[in-house]
Design a protein around this ligand. Structure first.
Ligand SMILES: [Zn+2]
Ligand SMILES: [Zn+2]
Ligand SMILES: [Zn+2]
Length: 205
């Protein structure tokens, strides 16, 4: 018998704050609209395949709203890991992909969720001041060595600091790059980098 390709889908339930993850075969996903309900019954992730596009509706733990995302079915069914981000908080609210990759990403997101819970709703300027501070100082070091450039060839860039991430923009072509700054793992990630390449509108990354 042919091995059925499987996808793992996961999100955090805004009602009970639990992680909800399930596995679906590519066949199940393609056959009909799928709802992935939280065991508490108060929320559910909805997936609809529409030809070469997929519409995903994710209840978001961070801002309390539902996010609707459209992506290509190719990416949805085959990419190792897809992350959907809540624009308001800058945090990921949903993952789709291979089981191992999804659970690794979830583990990191869970750390961020724990931090939010620990702060008891009292919101500072950053999700984690220390992480943001560390990531910014690493970024500064890379910048001092002129390690930030864009695929368009530009070395001029702008920086925007968000609640749990930092955005780099190419000053010439407007290309953008997001650097997460939410968990200790994000510090490790940037620590091992000597160069950051913004994927601009021209050229390949
Ligand atoms: Zn729930
Ligand atoms: Zn959101
Ligand atoms: Zn550029």
């Amino acid at each position: 018998m042919e091995e059925q390709a499987k996808r793992t889908l996961a999100y955090f339930c805004p009602a009970c704050r639990q992680m909800v993850a399930a596995e679906r075969t590519v066949f199940q996903l393609a056959a009909s609209a799928n709802t992935l309900p939280c065991p508490c019954g108060k929320s559910g992730l909805r997936v609809e395949l529409m030809g070469d596009r997929v519409k995903v509706t994710v209840p978001c733990l961070f801002c309390g709203k539902d996010h609707t995302v459209i992506c290509s079915s190719q990416a949805f069914l085959h990419q190792r890991l897809l992350a959907f981000t809540c624009a308001q908080s800058g945090l990921d609210c949903c993952y789709v992909g291979e089981e191992g990759a999804v659970f690794a990403a979830l583990k990191r997101l869970e750390e961020a969720v724990d931090k939010l819970d620990r702060d008891g709703g009292e919101r500072g300027s950053f999700l984690d001041e220390l992480v943001m501070h560390e990531v910014l100082s690493e970024l500064k070091e890379i910048a001092q060595r002129d390690g930030i450039c864009c695929t368009c060839g530009s070395h001029r860039w702008k920086l925007q600091v968000n609640y749990s991430s930092i955005d780099l923009f190419c000053a010439d072509c407007g290309g953008a790059m997001r650097i997460p700054a939410a968990t200790a793992g994000d510090i490790d990630d940037i620590c091992c980098k000597t160069r950051l390449v913004i994927r601009g509108s021209a050229g390949e990354g």
